[in-house]
Design a protein around this ligand. Structure first.
Ligand SMILES: Cc1cc2nc3c(=O)[nH]c(=O)nc-3n(C[C@H](O)[C@H](O)[C@H](O)COP(=O)(O)O)c2cc1C
Length: 202
């Protein structure tokens, strides 16, 4: 089984059209994880990578609530996940809620807050990859329920949940369909469809 997962990992290396940074090439969103706690120092490294990312007016609108498997708060996050995500994410050793502050210090809407949360998660992903940690983002979370359960203050919004764990684990713990999707080809639209020189091309 271990060998199988190693092969999946190799198979998931991005088949890029141009050479890119190795950590970006190797990153993917796993649905199996090693049964191993995230080391405390490494968790701090993940948040530190997030901390040093750029943000509009340096407002740093990102916030996180995280919990380790076994904690009551972990189960509370699981309870907020969609039925689909409940099939695999509870096996992760750590779950997070990714949250952003909606307003500036003057109380005006911070239009770029979600952008900046995403940007910091990009940095966190690269740092995670360096540590052999996979992040799997999840939009499938009942954010209203999560905000209530965790007493998220007004003006802050839960955007997603994230499963965090070391790459590896056991494929046969997943339902059959998910085992297949772990091994499916990764698809991307070509650059020409999103990067336009000088004029919008439809
Ligand atoms: C904001 C966001 C929300 C996502 N939501 C889910 C989700 O709820 N469940 C899930 O299994 N994967 C989810 N994903 C993972 C995507 O399906 C995945 O990133 C995409 O298929 C590309 O695969 P890759 O990350 O392995 O390259 C989400 C990813 C992002 C960035």
């Amino acid at each position: 089984m271990k060998k199988e997962l190693e092969q999946i990992r190799l198979g998931n290396i991005a088949d890029t059209n141009h050479e890119i940074f190795a950590l970006l090439k190797q990153r993917y969103s796993p649905r199996t994880f090693r049964e191993e706690k995230i080391k405390k120092g490494q968790l701090n490294q993940l948040f530190e990578a997030a901390r040093w990312s750029a943000s509009s007016n340096n407002l740093q609108p990102w916030r996180f609530i995280y919990a380790e498997k076994g904690a009551e708060a972990f189960d509370k996050i699981v309870d907020c996940l969609s039925d689909f995500n409940k099939k695999w994410a509870p096996e992760a050793p750590l779950l997070m809620l990714a949250i952003y502050k909606e307003t500036t210090d003057e109380g005006k809407e911070n239009f770029h807050a979600l952008h900046d949360l995403g940007l910091c998660l990009g940095s966190m992903s690269v740092q995670a990859q360096y540590l052999d940690i996979g992040l799997h983002h999840m939009a499938g979370v009942d954010w209203k329920k999560a905000e209530k359960e965790f007493n998220v203050p007004d003006g802050y919004h839960v955007s997603s949940a994230i499963a965090v764990g070391y790459y590896g684990g056991q494929l046969d713990k997943l339902p059959k369909k998910l085992q297949e999707s772990e091994q499916a080809d990764r698809q991307r639209i070509p650059q020409e469809d999103f990067a336009f020189k000088e004029v919008w091309e439809s």
